[in-house]
Design a protein around this ligand. Structure first.
Ligand SMILES: Nc1nc2c(ncn2[C@@H]2O[C@H](COP(=O)(O)OP(=O)(O)OP(=O)(O)O)[C@@H](O)[C@H]2O)c(=O)[nH]1
Ligand SMILES: [Mg+2]
Length: 404
C-alpha cells in the first residue's frame, strides 16, 4: 500500500509525462490531463477499511460480502478469540479494483485510539465501514469523527442484527419499531459528538438475504464512482506537490542565485571609494526590493501564472475565467502577506538606524551589512513567494477540476 498519491491514479508513464510537462512550463496541459483523468477513474483501486471493536463481526462481514463462509478457502479467519492482528487485504470480486481491508479491533494496541490509527495507517484508506455490535460505542464515534475530518466517507454497520431480532421477538416488540429505535439511537449518538450521521445498515452476516444486507451491496456499487471522485479531489494537493517537485527544486536554485546576486549588488558601494557611507543602507534596501520584485515576476512567469494563461484555461475547461482569476489573485501584492510587510519594515528600521548614526561605521562594515541583509531578505522573500506561487497552482488545479 505504500505508494505515492500520484501513482494511485496515474501509470508510471503518465507520471513521468506529467512531471516533464510541468517542468517545461506547460501548466495548462498538466491541468487538462488531470481533468481528463478525473473523468476516467474506473481503473483506480479503492481501499476500503473495515473497522470496529474486536469481535464486532468485521471478518464475518467481509466473508459475507464476498459470498464466502468462514471455512471456505480464502475466507478471513473468524471466531470468538481476537483473530486479526494486522491489516489484511481481501479482493472484492463483485466490484473490480475494490480491496477490503480487515483491520484489527479498534480496542487493540493498548486501547489508545491515536496509537491504533497510526499502527493501521489510517490515512492510507479511501473509504471506511465501521462495524458495531449490540450498541453504539464511543470508539466508533471518535473514528467517524476522524474520518470526516479527513474529508472521507463511511458507512456504519450495526452487525449481528439476527441476535437483536431474536431478543426483540422474545420481548414481544415489533421488529420494524425496533429497527427504527436502533437507527434513531445511532443518528443521535453521531450528532451528539458533532458527526454528520453516515448511511446506517442493520445487517446479519449469516442471513444475507435479510435486513439491510442486500441494500448495503447495491448502495456500495452505486456510490463507488462518487467515492472515487471524492478521493481524487482530496488527493489533488498531494498530487500537485509531486508533479511540481522537479520544477520547485529548479526554481529554488534560481532563488538562491537571485539572493546571492542581490547580496553582491548590495555590497557594491564598497567598490566606489567616493560613495557616502550613509547611502549604503539605502542602496541595500533598494537592491532587496528590486531583486525581490523581479524575482517574484520571474517565478510567476516560470509557473505560467499569467492572465492569458487563465483566460485560455478557462475557455478549455468551460469555466468563467473570473473564478480562476480569483484563485490566482488570492495573494497578489494588493494583499501583501504580513511576513513581507514585517520584513520590509525591519529593513527600513535598520536602514534608518544606521543612517541616523551616519559616519560612525567604516564603509567596509556597511558593505558587509549591505551584502548580508540584501542576501538574507531577498532569499526569504523569494522563497515565500515561491511557496505562495505553488499554493496558487494547487488552488488553480483544485478549482479547475471542481465540478460545479
Ligand atoms: N449471530 C451472529 N454472529 C455473528 C455475526 N457476525 C459475526 N458473528 C460472530 O461473532 C464472532 C466474532 O466475529 P468476527 O467476524 O471474528 O469478529 P471480528 O470483528 O473480525 O473480530 P477480531 O478479528 O477479533 O477483531 C464470531 O463468533 C462470529 O461467528 C452475525 O451477523 N450474527
Ligand atoms: Mg476478524
Amino acid at each position: 500500500m505504500a505508494q505515492s498519491t500520484l501513482s494511485k491514479f496515474f501509470t508510471a508513464q503518465e507520471r513521468t509525462k506529467l512531471q516533464y510537462t510541468c517542468k517545461t512550463d506547460q501548466l495548462e496541459t498538466v491541468i487538462l490531463q488531470m481533468k481528463n483523468k478525473s473523468n476516467h477513474l474506473d481503473n483506480v483501486q479503492l481501499n476500503i477499511a473495515v473497522m470496529g471493536d474486536a469481535g464486532s463481526g468485521k471478518s464475518t462481514f467481509i466473508n459475507a460480502i464476498r459470498d464466502l463462509w468462514s471455512d471456505d478457502q480464502g475466507a478471513a479467519p473468524t471466531g470468538n478469540e481476537e483473530t486479526c492482528l494486522e491489516p489484511t487485504r481481501y479482493p472484492y470480486r463483485d466490484l473490480p479494483n475494490v480491496q477490503l481491508w480487515d483491520l484489527p479491533g479498534t480496542n487493540s494496541f493498548g486501547f489508545e485510539l491515536n496509537n491504533y490509527l497510526k499502527e493501521v495507517k489510517f490515512e492510507s484508506f479511501d473509504f471506511f465501514i465501521i462495524v458495531s455490535q449490540s450498541r453504539f460505542r464511543e470508539n466508533d464515534a471518535e473514528i467517524a469523527k476522524k474520518i470526516q475530518e479527513q474529508g472521507k466517507e463511511l458507512y456504519y454497520i450495526r452487525s449481528k442484527i439476527d441476535n437483536d431480532a431474536h431478543s426483540l421477538k422474545k420481548q414481544g416488540v415489533d421488529l420494524a419499531g425496533g429497527w427504527s429505535t436502533i437507527r434513531r439511537d445511532c443518528i443521535s449518538n453521531f450528532q451528539s459528538v458533532g458527526v454528520t450521521p453516515p448511511a446506517i445498515f442493520l445487517i446479519s452476516s449469516f442471513e444475507r438475504e435479510e435486513y439491510d444486507f442486500p441494500k448495503l451491496k447495491t448502495t456500495l456499487a452505486r456510490d463507488l464512482p462518487s467515492i472515487k471522485s471524492n478521493v481524487f479531489s482530496l488527493s489533488i494537493p498531494k498530487m500537485v506537490r509531486e508533479i511540481t517537485e522537479a520544477k520547485r527544486s529548479s526554481l529554488v536554485k534560481r532563488v538562491w542565485f537571485l539572493a546571492i546576486l542581490s547580496g553582491a549588488v548590495g555590497a557594491a558601494p564598497v567598490l566606489v571609494p567616493s560613495s557616502k557611507p550613509m547611502s549604503m543602507p539605502v542602496w541595500s534596501l533598494f537592491t532587496t526590493i528590486g531583486f525581490t520584485v523581479t524575482g517574484w515576476i520571474y517565478l510567476r512567469k516560470q509557473l505560467g501564472l499569467s492572465d492569458t494563461f487563465l483566460q485560455s484555461l478557462a475557455n478549455k475547461i468551460t469555466k468563467p475565467s473570473s473564478i480562476l482569476k480569483a484563485e490566482s489573485n488570492h495573494r497578489l501584492p494588493k494583499k501583501i502577506p504580513p511576513t513581507v510587510t514585517n520584513v520590509l519594515l525591519g529593513i527600513t528600521m535598520v536602514t534608518c538606524m544606521i543612517t541616523g548614526i551616519k559616519y560612525s561605521f567604516r564603509p567596509v562594515t556597511l558593505s558587509v551589512f549591505g551584502a548580508v541583509s540584501s542576501f538574507a531578505f531577498t532569499y526569504k522573500l523569494l522563497k515565500d513567494s515561491l511557496n505562495d506561487c505553488l499554493e496558487t497552482v494547487q488552488r488553480l488545479v483544485q478549482s479547475a477540476l471542481n465540478r460545479d
